[in-house]
Design a protein around this ligand. Structure first.
Ligand code: C2E
Ligand code: MG
Ligand code: MG
Length: 742
């Protein structure tokens, strides 16, 4: 029994006693009294009953044990007995009191209590019978109807109240369960009334929002929501209220008590009454700030470059697509600048990766400072950056590219020394309507390639012609790879003639590509591509092998001719060069002194130290070394002293103008004198006319090579002309060179 029902029942008992007492007091004077009745005593007894009733009213029933609720029973039984005895009248007067008392017993006591109490009732009615037959008759008359009614009433009420108690207990348990679930939930829970005020909030929510116990009650829930999220919360709330939605779930920002913001996962639903009308809103609130931070960190990492913090390719593509979508059909131009640092590999190789990284970070900062607001600067990876401009007007891209080159001119501090970094830039500017992320990147890359090809440290604007050229280069590259497999490459030979004797003492092997219907391609058409793609290494090894075999065959035929083979800088920096030369000599059995390798000055400029090492190794194999195209590069005297060259090939450009300008004559004279002083042979390249031959001979050049003497030709032809099978003696056959020199 709960304290509330104990109080109610106790008071009810009090009221009954008061009412019955007053009732007896009021009706007794008007009823006919029995012969030996004592109405005054009965009145006093009724007054005592009313007084006891009042006392019952005041008893703090909720603090009394359950048995106390039975107290009215002896009181009422005493009243019945006293009434029967004192008045000698029928028992009807106190009859309602018994019924009410048994109804009350049924209400407060377990079922069967009324039956258990019935002997007391019999006793109460039976006591007056002791005082005489008249009393006995009255008692029996009262008991006959009162006792069954009381029992029936008491047990019926007991049964009904038992059912009620059970229902109430079940309801109470449910409520208790819900309360416990609400209070002890591991996430914040809140109940809000229809005006949006908090009517209940659990401990977790108080902790999440930084409030003390009970402090959230009465607050407007929307006041806790971040201003930017309030409207959407309002919309959700209205939908729930109208029944348009049964639940809502969203992540929103909430203010904590200390003013800080947190992200919460909010899910809410309405509670409704039996008629289906909304009564309140219940929401679960979970702090997801950490998870959001983690997620946004992951997103950031996925879209940015670790080293520089700049956006990466993924974000670039996203921004480009976004900008193009925004531009729609409007006549705006977009630009993409593709940047690649020149010689970055050198920084990494010579100063280490940490220095390389520091340089990239520094460069990223400088680039950030020169772009316009709204431009996107991206690190694509390695030393490649991209700047995307979503709207450009005349001159803006030029200005930007100028600022980029300018930003780098002041140089960088690199491992304690000054380093000047330059950058090559490929630029594409096109109407947004024609653009796509792929096209922009591809065309800018094409332009960048051209910028690199044209000497680096420059910007190159993409043009359709550039694309055509690139396409044909790509085609050439593909074809060239096939050419190797299909044996379309050949070596042609051009004689080198000793000027003093007129003898053909050697030949230069020159690469040719038999392209079938397209004719014979010259190195100028494909050697660059072979170098860029690295194919030159394979081609070069093949050339050395092939040339050695040819010279060995000529030697076997009786002509001791020195074979000169060109090496590209790419070959010189490839690790297998020296061994491939050794292998070629071994396989052909050509004496190493009959092989001469030609390199150009560019080889020495790119990486002088490494080149010197390789050249010395080659020299150690016994082969001759020649510096090709001398005079076109930097022509530093120091090369000639430091490097183990045997011959200088004076570039054709000096020879062609020998007669026209005295300067060239003076230059060639100086070269020949210097070479003589250093003990080097000189070869005059590109001798086309007799007068040129005369001059170079007069100047003291050792050898000459040129169309005048003979053109490059296929091996069989060369062999027939300069190395026919014979037994002994120098090459004195009847060949054009002899005729020229004669
Ligand atoms: P180079 O080594 O200076 O070869 C001499 C070039 O001058 C050859 O051009 C030759 O045909 C040309 N020539 C010779 N005499 C005359 C003349 O009197 N007048 C004119 N106008 N030209 C003359 P080619 O064969 O087109 O070769 C061009 C360049 O290609 C070569 O210049 C060489 O640097 C490179 N090259 C040729 N074959 C190879 C090779 O197997 N490997 C490598 N790495 N480069 C090669
Ligand atoms: Mg050459
Ligand atoms: Mg040359």
């Amino acid at each position: 029994m709960t304290s509330t029902s104990a109080r109610t029942n106790g008071r009810l008992a009090g009221v009954l006693l008061v009412v019955c007492g007053l009732y007896v007091m009021v009706v007794t004077p008007f009823l006919p009294a029995a012969p030996d009745a004592h109405p005054r005593v009965l009145l006093s007894l009724a007054a005592v009953a009313a007084a006891i009733g009042l006392a019952f009213w005041l008893v703090p029933w909720d603090r009394w044990p359950r048995w106390a609720t039975l107290l009215p029973v002896p009181v009422s039984l005493t009243l019945i007995a006293a009434h029967g005895w004192l008045i000698g009248a029928d028992g009807y007067r106190f009859g309602p009191l018994f019924m009410v008392v048994f109804a009350w017993i049924g209400n407060t006591q377990p079922r069967g209590s009324s039956v258990a109490m019935s002997p007391l009732l019999v006793v109460a009615y039976g006591v007056p019978a002791l005082f005489g037959p008249q009393h006995a008759a009255l008692a029996i008359g009262g008991a006959i109807y009162t006792i069954p009614i009381c029992l029936l009433l008491g047990e019926t009420v007991a049964w009904v109240s038992y059912q009620n108690r059970r229902a109430v207990r079940a309801e109470h348990q449910t409520a208790e369960f819900l309360r416990a679930a609400f209070d002890n939930a591991s996430i914040g829970s809140v109940a809000i009334d229809l005006d949006g005020r908090i009517i209940q909030a659990n401990r977790v929510l108080e902790q999440v929002l930084g409030y003390g116990q009970g402090e959230l009650l009465g607050l407007e829930i929307l006041d806790l929501v971040h201003a930017d999220d309030q409207q959407s919360c309002r919309v959700h709330g209205r939908r729930l209220l109208s029944g348009a939605a049964t639940t809502m779930r969203a992540e929103r920002r909430f203010h904590r008590r200390d003013g800080s913001l947190i992200w919460v996962d909010l899910s809410a639903s309405m509670t409704v009454d039996q008629a289906g009308q909304p009564t309140s809103m219940v929401a679960q609130i979970q702090d997801v700030t950490e998870r959001r931070a983690y997620e946004s960190n992951l997103t950031y990492q996925a879209l940015h470059d670790d080293l520089t913090g700049l956006p990466n390719r993924v974000l670039l593509l996203d921004r480009v697509r976004g900008a193009l979508a925004r531009a729609g059909d409007q006549p705006v131009s977009v630009a993409l600048l593709y940047l690649d640092l020149d010689n970055f590999k050198y920084v990494n190789d010579s100063h280490g990766h940490a220095a390389g990284d520091a340089l990239l970070v520094d460069i990223a900062q400088r680039l950030s400072s020169v772009i316009r607001e709204g431009d996107t600067l991206v690190r694509l990876g390695g030393d490649e950056f991209v700047i995307f401009c979503d709207e450009v007007h005349d001159g803006q891209v030029d200005a930007l590219s100028g600022r980029i080159h300018g930003a780098l001119t002041s140089g960088f501090e690199l491992a304690g020394s000054r380093f000047v970094a330059t950058v090559s830039i490929g630029i594409v500017v096109i109407p947004a309507t024609d653009a796509s992320a792929d096209v922009l990147l591809r065309d800018a890359d094409t332009a960048l390639y051209e910028a690199k090809r044209r000497g680096r440290a420059r910007s190159q604007l993409f043009t359709p012609e550039l694309k055509a050229r690139t396409t044909s280069r790509v085609q050439t590259e593909t074809d060239l790879r096939g050419a190797l497999i299909r044996h379309e490459l050949q070596l042609w030979y051009q004689p080198e003639v000793e000027l003093a004797t007129g003898d053909t003492v050697g030949a230069e092997a020159l690469l040719r590509w038999d392209r079938g219907a397209q004719g014979i391609a010259l190195p100028g058409d494909f050697i660059d591509i072979a170098e860029e793609t690295g194919l030159i290494v394979t081609i070069g090894e093949w050339a050395v092998r092939e040339a050695c075999h040819a010279a060995a065959r000529w030697l076997a035929a009786g002509s001791r001719l020195r074979i000169s083979v060109n090496l590209s800088s790419r070959q010189l920096s490839s690790p297998g060069l020296v061994s491939s030369v050794r292998d070629a000599l071994a396989a052909s059995r050509l004496p190493s002194s009959l092989l001469c390798l030609e390199v150009t000055e560019s080889v020495l400029i790119d990486d002088a130290e490494a080149a010197l090492g390789v050249l010395r190794e080659l020299k150690a194999c016994g082969v001759k070394l020649a510096l090709d195209d001398f005079g076109t590069g930097y022509s530093s005297m120091s090369y000639l002293r430091q490097y183990p060259f045997d011959a200088l090939k004076i570039d054709r450009s000096f020879i062609s103008d020998l007669d026209a300008t005295t300067e060239d004559t003076a230059l060639v004279t100086a070269i020949v004198d210097m070479a003589e002083a250093l003990g080097l042979e000189t070869v005059a390249e590109g001798v086309e006319r007799a007068d040129q031959l005369e001059v170079v001979t007069a100047l003291g050049c050792t050898l000459a090579q040129g169309f005048l003497l003979d053109r490059p030709m296929p091996e069989d032809q060369f062999a027939r002309r300069y190395a026919p099978v014979r037994t002994a003696g120098p090459s004195t056959v009847d060949v054009p060179t002899r005729a020229v020199l004669a």
